[in-house]
Design a protein around this ligand. Structure first.
Ligand code: ATP
Ligand code: MG
Length: 406
């Protein structure tokens, strides 16, 4: 049915030089994502990107486009000559194809950016509507609240007709905003925090703290499956996962410190390890799924004490989100069902009954000193495992282990 997909870019407010980088990157990203469709051809201008289908099924192409960050919206179009009869013919075909009811109101909306066309937008809309009305039974005009809007886009590069505009993911193209290290638990929040950063064009590596035997391979599998979903929004369709052995640190904290402080201390060690790793491997920021007030360790006082171990920027995209909002996004990106699988994360192991809500730094430092953690932190860093996760090639820990490289 359709000739092409017209894609509109996002973040049009970017300044000149940034916008040129944006254009270059988004064009590369769209083409990369659509590589598997050999028949597609492309054309681009400063504001639009045209994907010519040449017989490819538009539904498959759109499925991929829905994972490209940086797109503001797209429309499935027919391309015609700038001629009333041709435009009307395309309009009739589209209305008949897309309409879901017999009695339908519509209007024609024209965007005439090709100023060579010898009529105003309103004249064009009227001339087209007049030709369409008698040809579609049950069709009426309603310029205020139409059931369907037929758009006619007259541009120097072509004349395009469409009836639907779908929103894109928005954000910035992958690869435009530097590299971040995502602290990823198996919970609901951190995958959403990761997704929001990917949407801003940040390239991510994930860091997960595991405490075997208290946490199981099932818990690690959750993290892998979550990352496979997130990898869809990346340029190469893959994300590296670093698994950090955390058992000895957790055990030392549990044995040597006041139970009220164990969560605060554990969080500080996670941030210390993330900080060291980020400095060794050149990540510019840490990303975390913390949300203000969600649990004891996420009051502003707790966050301040925990954050004290790093000077790197810490992105907390969910800081002000309600859980219901977070869950809605988690469902949209298919991580929710994975996150609610009932396997324990290291944060839920050894959880004290009354964690401190407003810890004071001096007291935390005194408790931390008792645990003698420095050697264990280096050991944890050295014991890190690296796994490459991709939605194209799903990993099951229960089938083969050879995806691990130590
Ligand atoms: P999530 O926040 O992912 O839903 P959660 O709510 O169970 O899981 P919290 O206890 O709220 O986890 O942890 C706050 C944040 O700390 C997480 O969002 C995540 O960024 C980080 N974090 C917690 N546990 C781990 C872990 N085992 N490995 C890596 N990061 C973790
Ligand atoms: Mg949380």
């Amino acid at each position: 049915m359709y000739d092409l997909i017209l894609v509109r870019y996002g973040e049009m407010t970017l300044k000149k030089k940034n916008y040129q980088n944006f254009l270059k990157q988004i064009n590369i990203n769209i083409k990369n994502k659509l590589e598997k469709f050999p028949n597609l051809t492309f054309k681009n201008t400063n504001f639009r990107f045209y994907i010519y289908l040449n017989g490819e099924d538009y539904r498959n192409v759109i499925k991929e486009l829905d994972t490209v960050v940086g797109l503001s919206s797209y429309s499935l179009c027919l391309e015609v000559k700038p001629d009333y009869d041709e435009i009307a013919r395309a309009g009739i075909a589209l209305i008949n194809y897309e309409k879901e009811q017999i009695n339908l109101s519509f209007k024609v909306e024209t965007n005439r950016s090709d100023k060579n066309f010898p009529a105003t937008s309103i004249e064009i809309s009227q001339a087209v509507a007049k030709r369409i009305l008698p040809k579609v039974p049950g069709l009426t005009v309603d310029v205020h609240h139409p059931d369907m809007t037929l758009s006619v886009d007259l541009r120097p590069e072509g004349t395009f007709v469409f009836v639907k505009t779908e929103p894109g993911l928005g954000g910035l193209p992958s690869g435009m905003s530097g590299r971040g290290l995502l602290m990823l638990s198996g919970g609901i929040d951190s995958p959403v925090a990761g997704y929001l950063c990917l949407r801003k064009g940040i390239e991510l590596t994930a860091l997960h703290f595991a405490s075997p035997p208290y946490t199981s391979d099932m818990a690690l599998q959750k993290v892998i499956d979550i990352l496979a979903e997130l990898s869809k929004y990346t340029l190469k369709g893959e994300i590296a996962l670093l698994v950090c052995p955390f058992t000895k640190i957790q055990t030392a904290i549990h044995q040597k410190s006041d139970p009220a402080y164990t969560v605060t201390l554990m969080r500080r060690q996670m941030y210390k390890i993330a900080d060291m790793l980020a400095r060794n491997e050149n990540y510019s920021a840490l990303v975390n799924g913390e949300s203000v007030g969600q649990v004891a360790s996420q009051t502003l006082e707790s966050l301040a004490v925990i954050n004290e171990v790093t000077n790197l920027p810490v992105l907390r995209p969910l800081a002000t989100y309600d859980k219901a909002e977070i869950m809605k996004i988690a469902r949209k990106i298919n991580t929710y069902e994975i996150s609610i699988r009932p396997y324990e994360d290291c944060c839920t192991v050894f959880l004290p009954e009354h964690p401190i809500i407003k810890p004071r730094l001096q007291k935390v430092l005194a408790q931390e000193a008792k645990c003698e953690l420095d050697g264990l932190l280096s050991e944890a860093l050295e014991g890190m495992e690296r796994i490459s996760v991709s939605y194209k090639n799903k990993i099951s820990l229960f089938e083969k282990k050879d995806n691990f490289q130590i």
